[in-house]
Design a binder for this molecule. Structure first.
Ligand SMILES: [Zn+2]
Length: 344
């Protein structure tokens, strides 16, 4: 199954209280509030309005996901056109609100609903590959006495990225996937080995066989989708450089102009985000061709290969273990993807 654009309309039944006027409901964030807890405190199911909340309040969010204490936020409007006046003590009208959305089990129970934000990527195909998986956990690290593995974190960021791209109408193929993980909000992501390769192939342990398998899958799909705009994004959480000061690496194929532009667009977005949200930190990501990497060399779609820090590095761990940061990283990559596509 591929994850394609919105196929259905869900009907949400909203309980009606007394929303007589059209004024926007706002709420002030207190120290310690997160988006989820703030929405929940308003008696609203945060998973129904999360994306809308982020869209409405983008200007007042740090890294696109963090609230700033003391600031005022607009609550998504559960607006109803008409108020049914019922001559009863139990005024409980129900109204149907139509929202373009669809459910995808791959994101897990909590995050399964993808709400359409735009059609900016409609018709585009994205192949997302998270590094390693199956019998190969990738780089390992330790956190709070527990073993942590690269593949689980790369996968979580990849799912979050997939959801973002799909919300903008893209057709997304999650090449390495785990049916029972979903998007996870824990710091320590439990290690398992049941990831498979699209659509449900066992991942071989041998490194070359493992890489060849995903190259073949991507190139076959690329052929099937001939004529469409297609891009590949590969995500790893293990830096191959010894230099601890470099934040994020972006690689592309030296001969691919489109790949170079994709990698550069994401790289530029990260640079801009650092400037805006962490002005005291210098962004030191690099952007270069790395045709020597097997996947970069052998795959046909224009591609960007991203290494988000090093899971063994304590400083990088802070960024990767915090689920909000994983969300921010995915959001930034998606914004780079939009910049790449629309900046043509
Ligand atoms: Zn890796």
């Amino acid at each position: 199954m591929k994850y394609s654009k919105f196929t259905g309309i869900i009907c949400m039944f909203l309980s009606l209280f007394c929303f007589g006027q059209d004024s926007l409901k706002t709420v002030t964030a207190e120290p310690g509030d997160g988006i989820l807890s703030l929405i929940r405190k308003q008696g609203v199911d945060p998973y129904e309005v999360f994306d809308e909340f982020v869209t409405l309040n983008m200007e007042n969010l740090r890294d696109s996901v963090h609230l700033i204490a003391g600031r005022t936020y607009v609550m998504p409007d559960v607006k109803l056109d008409t108020v049914a006046i019922v001559d009863s003590l139990q005024i409980q009208a129900k109204e149907v609100k139509e929202i373009e959305s669809a459910s995808y089990a791959i994101f897990g129970e909590k995050y399964k609903t993808v709400i359409e934000k735009s059609e900016r990527l409609k018709g585009n195909v994205y192949y997302l590959v998270s590094g390693h998986g199956g019998p190969d956990p990738g780089a390992m690290g330790m956190y709070a006495g527990k073993a942590i593995a690269e593949d689980e974190y790369a996968y979580d960021i990849t799912l979050r990225l997939a959801k973002e791209l799909m919300a903008h109408g893209a057709e997304v193929y999650i090449i390495i996937k785990d049916e029972n993980d979903g998007i996870r909000d824990e710091r320590v992501l439990e290690i398992d080995h049941d990831e498979v390769a699209y659509p449900d192939k066992t991942i071989p342990l041998n490194q070359l066989a493992r890489l060849k398998q995903r190259v073949d899958i991507i190139n076959d799909l690329y052929k099937d989708n001939r004529g469409k705009y297609q891009r590949l994004i590969v995500t790893h959480v293990d830096s191959r450089s010894e230099n601890q000061n470099i934040d994020v690496f972006f690689y592309h194929h030296e001969k691919s102009k489109n790949g170079e532009k994709l990698a550069e667009s994401i790289h530029k977005t990260f640079g801009a985000k650092y400037k805006k949200y962490q002005p005291n930190r210098t962004y030191s990501g690099t952007f270069e061709d790395r045709t020597s990497l097997y996947l970069v060399k052998k795959t046909h779609p224009a591609m960007a290969y991203i290494e988000i820090g090093n899971i063994r590095n304590k400083k990088d761990q802070v960024r990767i273990l915090d689920p909000d940061n994983r969300q921010a990283l995915a959001k930034w990559i998606s914004e780079g993807v939009l910049l790449d596509f629309e900046g043509e």
